[in-house]
Design a protein around this ligand. Structure first.
Ligand SMILES: [Fe+2]
Length: 426
């Protein structure tokens, strides 16, 4: 059974990655940063941590304002470094624990958190700055696995401190009900006090930071009652990202043992490293059983409906490559090559032989069984001259005529627009 061994708090300022990449270990101005992180590195090693649940915010790198979500859980098998403008860091990808991500995703949604999910997104310094300092191998990176939770804190409104704390409580139950034997640490990143924009940029409040750390350890409930405006006033507007630390604290039991705590404010951010060991009792087998049933309550049985194939995180991860390839037909150039240069195009997207055959031979139902969502099939259909009813008929193993007899009115239609729509109006 997975077990939460403890919680880690660490700032994620780009300074940290910069210090590491430019080898500032022995420079007195930078050494305290390495000193702080060395405690975390040792603790993680000593406690044989397998998986780091990383709570961070992206800095408008991979998560832009075209679709901005409050809580976004990664469920990928690998996470690479993002290019934040000056080129990506030369640092190894982090290995994702896909099954744990999926389990936590199901659990949080069952607990009524409207989580978003991501795959194939490079991650920025919010994630990799602290991870590269915690990693047990300087060159090979973190040898264990990760589950990333991106919290959108940079476009207001955002979830409040209390919501973060409650999410942490559910996260605890989710992890404790995961069947694999894993030592998990919850890593909260960000903060402490800082402000990087506007006339107030450079604001720091070390006294508040110490008080925040005191309260986080012994009276987190008090922190959940604070409004975002109060966090901004005391710790700077960007420093208000410390509400993410309440997710970590919520995932620990009431009683924790702080085995390391340090802060260092050399420039713009008060850089903190803290470690809390979880001293609470683990969940009972009865609690775990009950929670597992709760997680699966909504979907239980849907997978047994005849001819029904619910599109789950599991399918989405497994069949991402093919879904992505088919989704790309919304781009005119891809669509044109889909018609004129399909073999080369499929090879460029590294589709397997099975995947290529299904596309080439219009194996609609096989693609559904494989994990393709219908909603990219109906995008592919007009590109290859099929209407929706023709795809429906094929999936049911019928001729178009047989299928139309099962409808009140015989109709042909498609999601295509313009000239393609007119051509398919037959
Ligand atoms: Fe941040």
């Amino acid at each position: 059974m997975a077990k939460i061994i403890g919680g880690i708090g660490a700032s994620h300022s780009p300074t940290i990655a910069f210090a590491k990449d430019t080898n500032k270990h022995n420079d007195p101005a930078w050494a305290p940063i390495f000193e702080g992180f060395s405690h975390i590195q040792n603790w993680v090693k000593t406690n044989k941590i397998d998986t780091l649940f990383m709570i961070f915010n992206d800095h408008i790198t991979s998560f832009f304002f075209d679709h901005y979500s409050p809580f976004t859980l990664g469920f990928d098998d690998a996470y690479v470094t993002a290019d934040e403008g000056g080129g990506a860091r030369d640092y190894p990808a982090a290995k994702g624990h896909v099954a744990l991500s999926q389990h936590i995703g199901h659990a949080l949604v069952a607990d009524e958190f409207d989580i978003s999910f991501f795959q194939k997104k490079p991650l920025d310094h919010g994630f990799f700055s602290p991870l590269s300092m915690i990693a047990d191998d300087a060159n090979l990176g973190w040898s264990g696995t990760v589950v990333p939770l991106q919290v959108g804190v940079l476009q207001l409104p955002i979830p409040n401190a209390k919501r973060c704390y409650k999410l942490g409580k559910s996260l605890r139950k989710a992890i404790e009900s995961f069947p694999e034997d894993l030592n998990v640490a919850i890593v909260a990143t960000g903060g402490l006090s800082h402000q990087v924009h506007g006339e107030r940029c450079g604001f720091l409040n070390e006294a508040w930071d110490e008080e925040f750390l005191d309260l986080l350890e012994s009276n987190p409930e008090k922190l959940t009652q604070m409004r975002l405006a109060e966090y901004a006033e005391l710790g700077g507007m960007e420093g208000a990202e410390v509400i993410m630390w309440l997710i970590m604290r919520g995932a620990l039991s009431d009683q924790v043992n702080c085995v390391h705590r340090s802060t260092y404010a050399p420039s713009m951010t008060n850089i903190a490293t803290v470690i809390y060991e979880d001293t609470g009792a683990p969940a009972t087998p009865e609690d775990i059983d009950r929670y597992r049933q709760h997680i699966h309550y909504e979907l239980d049985g849907a997978q047994n409906l005849e001819g029904t194939h619910p599109f789950t995180l599991e399918k989405s991860q497994k069949a991402y490559r093919l879904n992505h390839f088919l989704h790309q037909v919304i781009v005119p150039e891809h669509r044109a090559r889909f018609i004129d240069d399909l073999d080369n195009l499929m090879q460029e997207y590294q589709l397997t032989q099975t995947e290529q055959d299904m596309v080439r031979q219009r194996k609609w139902i096989e693609m559904i069984h494989y994990g393709v969502t219908f909603f990219v099939l109906e995008k592919m259909a007009p590109v290859v001259g099929w209407t929706n009813p023709e795809v429906y008929a094929s999936m049911r193993g019928q001729s178009l005529e047989e299928f139309q007899k099962t409808r009140k009115v015989s109709m042909q239609y498609s999601v295509a627009g313009g000239a393609t729509a007119k051509a398919l109006d037959r």
